[in-house]
Design a protein around this ligand. Structure first.
Ligand code: AMP
Ligand code: MG
Length: 533
């Protein structure tokens, strides 16, 4: 648990706030929440809309401890549901635009997320607290400003899971039920129904996205773009703040590119598919942000996406994520031509993205395989053959890599013995030829391991440290949602415990280390999801 050293914990109602964004950037002079096009402002001051009966459904001890917060009080729950403010909070909705599915979508903005303020922890770290589902803002367009319980549970659970997996991400402090119903057409088939509403309190140093810069380009507001860039750098990239002129922005863009590459490489390592990599869902800090129809790769399939809205184009499928992140960085680079005149400086950043991603993703794959690198002459072909073997029948990504560590590295093993540890990863029976192909590749892998000659115990420990055993698969999250909707929080609580040590053997959770059951293959929310949230 992250400790706030030597400091007394306080309730949220007594936390300290310093609202630097609100102080340093131009505000919308209007403060109503009526949908409209906002100009010449980075944000709109707007209040959360109170809810009927806020009830705390889940709380992250880890995030509370990071923030220096004590156990939640009723007063805290009122704040986290949007019914009250603590002293020092200055709520606002940010103005941003974005490219959605490859097209410029115009003004989007925080349509249902409202930032409460920037909390200063006892260790003097700064974290933005943001309520998602807090009611209408000028950016709500035709929607209701609310969020349903199912998507809120999914964001709360997954962002914490990603943190413990070592993936850069926003966090979540709390999940509050609103006591209100929300209308949603979950399957987009003309059959809307009511669902319980909820509010998640998300936490990150800042929730600024690529889209916050794009909107200023679209509306020719370069002065505000520059002010926002300067605020992001001084507040969140302070090590670059002393650089002068264009080199400051160039170094900053290069670091954004580097961080984004790291983030996507981690996604590929743990088999995470974001599902909606629009530029408004890309964090300026390189954090995984806006958990919607995301999913975990179960059967290895580079073309897989959990997002039914993207089923046709598969723009945001697992294997396309690295290229899409680059495409999104090009959109950001374009927006940053407002502060950087020299295109070469931006191209350097983009090149850094490719360099970092290629190196890091390769190193991570090597680590997953228990190898020190993948630089031998035959390694590229060896990896291609691995992909062939993993896709010949549906093979669970998480289980395969976790169990690979247990495959014998002795020479000349019978296929039955060689394949045995990874068989639980298979969703279908192997034919004799497929069985042979798997054993052949595992034999090659074993030979490759023998060449490196690393002590087995050390290699196995290293593999286990990068190949998670426990990920919150969609069907597990759905079980937690169903139970919670029926008033039982024990399933979610159990998953919240499971995700804290994803790389450890946890006998208590062994039953959750399993292939997705067949009943979950086509059940709504258990594998694929729509954007409805
Ligand atoms: P998303 O697809 O969740 O990233 O959202 C895209 C845009 O739609 C953002 O501007 C959101 O704030 C907005 N949005 C999504 N759902 C709602 C909602 N229920 N009410 C208001 N705005 C929403
Ligand atoms: Mg979004």
């Amino acid at each position: 648990m992250e400790k706030s050293v030597g400091e007394v914990l306080t309730p949220l109602t007594a936390a300290k706030f310093d609202n630097s964004l609100v102080r340093d950037l131009p505000a919308d002079p209007l403060t109503d929440n009526v949908p409209r096009q906002v100009r010449h402002a980075a944000f709109t001051p707007v209040m959360p809309t109170p809810v009927k009966a806020p009830a705390l459904l889940a709380w992250s001890e880890d995030v509370a401890s990071l923030l220096g917060l004590s156990a939640p009080t009723q007063g805290d729950t009122a704040i986290l549901g949007g019914n009250a403010l603590a002293e020092g909070m200055a709520p606002y909705a940010a103005r941003y635009g974005g490219h959605q599915f490859g097209n410029w979508a115009g003004q989007l903005g925080d349509g249902r997320a409202i930032t409460l303020g920037e909390l200063i922890t006892p260790n003097r770290r700064r974290f933005e607290l943001q309520l998602k589902g807090a009611g209408r803002t000028p950016y709500s367009r035709t929607a209701d400003g609310r969020a349903v319980l199912r998507s809120s549970v999914r964001e709360f659970l997954c962002s914490e899971a990603m943190h413990h997996l070592g993936v850069p991400t926003t966090r979540a402090l709390s999940l509050v039920g609103t006591g209100e119903e929300v209308w949603r057409d979950m399957f987009y088939d003309g059959n809307p129904a009511t669902e319980p509403g909820a509010v998640v309190c998300r936490v990150a140093p800042t929730f600024i996205r690529f889209g916050n810069f794009e909107i200023f380009l679209a509306h020719k507001e370069p002065e505000t773009a520059k002010r926002l860039a300067d605020w992001v750098i001084t507040t969140h990239y302070p090590h670059l703040a002393d650089l002068q002129g264009e080199s400051r922005y160039a170094a900053w863009f290069e670091e954004i590119c580097h961080r984004t590459a790291m983030m996507v490489a981690h996604w590929m390592r743990v088999g995470f598919v974001h599902g909606v990599m629009n530029t408004d869902n890309m964090s300026i800090l390189g954090l995984t942000i806006d958990y919607g129809p995301y999913g975990w790769l179960e059967g290895v399939d580079f073309d897989w996406t959990p997002n039914t809205t993207d089923a046709e184009g598969r723009r945001y499928a697992y294997g396309r994520q690295p290229a899409i992140a680059h495409w999104n960085l090009v959109r950001l680079a374009n927006a940053l031509t407002q502060v950087i005149e020299d295109p070469d400086a931006l191209n350097q950043g983009l090149a850094a993205y490719e360099r970092t991603f290629d190196t890091v993703a390769k190193d991570m794959l090597a680590a997953k395989l228990g190898l020190s690198g993948l630089a031998m002459p035959d390694d590229a072909a060896f990896v291609t053959r691995m992909a062939d073997v993993l896709t010949q029948v549906e093979t669970d990504f998480t289980i395969f890599f976790r169990e690979l560590a247990r495959v014998s590295t002795t020479a000349d093993l019978d296929a039955n013995i060689r394949n045995a540890p990874v068989l639980p990863a298979l969703y279908a029976e192997l034919s004799v030829a497929q069985h042979e192909a798997l054993a052949t590749w595992l034999g090659e892998w074993a030979a490759r391991i023998r060449v490196e000659g690393r002590p087995a115990a050390e290699r196995i420990a290293a593999m286990n440290a990068v190949n998670p055993k426990y990920v919150p698969r969609n069907y597990l999250a759905q079980q937690a949602i169903d139970a919670l909707a029926a008033g039982d929080d024990s399933v979610l609580k159990r998953l919240m415990r499971m995700i804290r040590l994803p790389y450890d053997e946890q006998p208590e959770f062994e039953g959750l280390y399993a292939r997705r059951p067949e009943w979950a293959r086509h059940k709504a929310g258990c594998s694929a999801l729509s954007c409805s949230s």
